[in-house]
Design a protein around this ligand. Structure first.
Ligand SMILES: Nc1ncnc2c1ncn2[C@@H]1O[C@H](COP(=O)(O)OP(=O)(O)OP(=O)(O)O)[C@@H](O)[C@H]1O
Ligand SMILES: Cc1ncsc1CCO
Ligand SMILES: [Mg+2]
Length: 263
């Protein structure tokens, strides 16, 4: 598995795939920087007039509902439908789903289009599966990722794709197989948008690897290992965020192999 994961990262660095993001105002900059540091090529574009054209020339699409407004929903739908029609992989990050009826309704519409991968924190995955909507309080998770593995499986059964739940342990499932990743660091929760960056990296890896279970596992493995290296001796979240870019940029096979905790 380590060979497969390393090969995914190598191919991202070689191919520099264009990743089209319709994402939130909070994380546009740090998501673009994470993609660049990992070797991909980001574009942030949300005008309904151009999203289909961007999907057509991109290796993958990432749809993130973090700062939703009604104007953006049309663009998200158009882009997701175009990705489906063009056979391009796409990721849904259902930020804060369950917190408001507006977010839940929007996420449901997007899930129905059939994302290749859904990546959320435990509260979001539970809410999305309609298992425990009251567990969502905002955009940060209030429950552990372990509890939402069953919910992830149920979403995968609906989309026919892969679902990832991140937290202290990241789970990735296609509804049958489950990969558990135990890298990362608790301080990662103190930097905004690292979940959004993780989703964007999943997009980059999907652009070079057709198996979504492998692509998602590889992206989260790389992100978790890089985050844990970046957190080492970091005095706080600001340093972690900057070091994370440096670590994604410089990560080598030896560091990945020696640190990876994957079951
Ligand atoms: N307690 C923890 N221990 C180790 N790694 C963690 C922990 N919490 C989060 N992470 C890692 O941080 C990254 C972001 O995941 P998280 O679940 O915090 O996303 P999120 O809640 O969607 O974040 P955001 O909405 O701010 O983007 C993942 O790679 C995850 O593995
Ligand atoms: C803080 C925040 N609010 C809406 S989106 C976002 C970024 C983390 O998801
Ligand atoms: Mg999130």
């Amino acid at each position: 598995m380590i060979d497969d994961i390393w090969n995914c990262l190598r191919r991202v660095r070689e191919a520099a795939p264009l990743v089209h993001n319709i994402t939130n105002f909070v994380v546009m900059n740090n998501t673009a920087n994470a993609l660049l540091a990992a070797g991909a090529s980001p574009v942030m574009a949300h005008a309904p007039e151009e999203v289909e054209d961007f999907v057509a020339i991109s290796g993958a699409l990432v749809v993130n509902i973090g700062t939703l407004s009604s104007d953006w929903i049309a663009a998200m739908r158009l882009a997701a439908l175009k990705a489906g029609a063009a056979g391009k992989p796409w990721v849904l990050d259902p930020v804060g789903v369950g917190a408001t009826a507006f977010r839940s309704a929007t996420a449901a519409v997007l899930v129905e289009i059939g994302p290749t991968v859904v990546r959320g924190n435990a509260s979001e995955i539970l809410a999305l599966a309609d298992a425990a909507t009251e567990a969502t309080r905002g955009v940060d998770s209030t429950v552990s990722s372990d509890l939402s593995l069953e919910a992830a499986r149920r979403i995968a059964a609906v989309t026919g794709g892969v679902v990832a739940v991140t937290g202290a342990t990241d789970y990735v499932t296609d509804g049958r197989d489950v990969h558990a990743l135990r890298n990362g660091d608790a301080m990662m929760g103190r930097v905004t948008g690292l979940g959004c960056s993780a989703s964007a990296l999943v997009g980059a890896f999907l652009a070079v690897e057709p198996d979504p279970l492998l692509a998602t596992t590889a992206a989260l493995a790389v992100f978790g290992v890089a985050g844990e290296i970046a957190a080492e001796n970091a005095p706080g979240p600001g340093t972690l965020q900057l070091r994370l870019y440096d670590t994604l940029y410089a990560l080598d096979r030896q560091a990945l192999q020696s640190r990876l905790r994957l079951d």
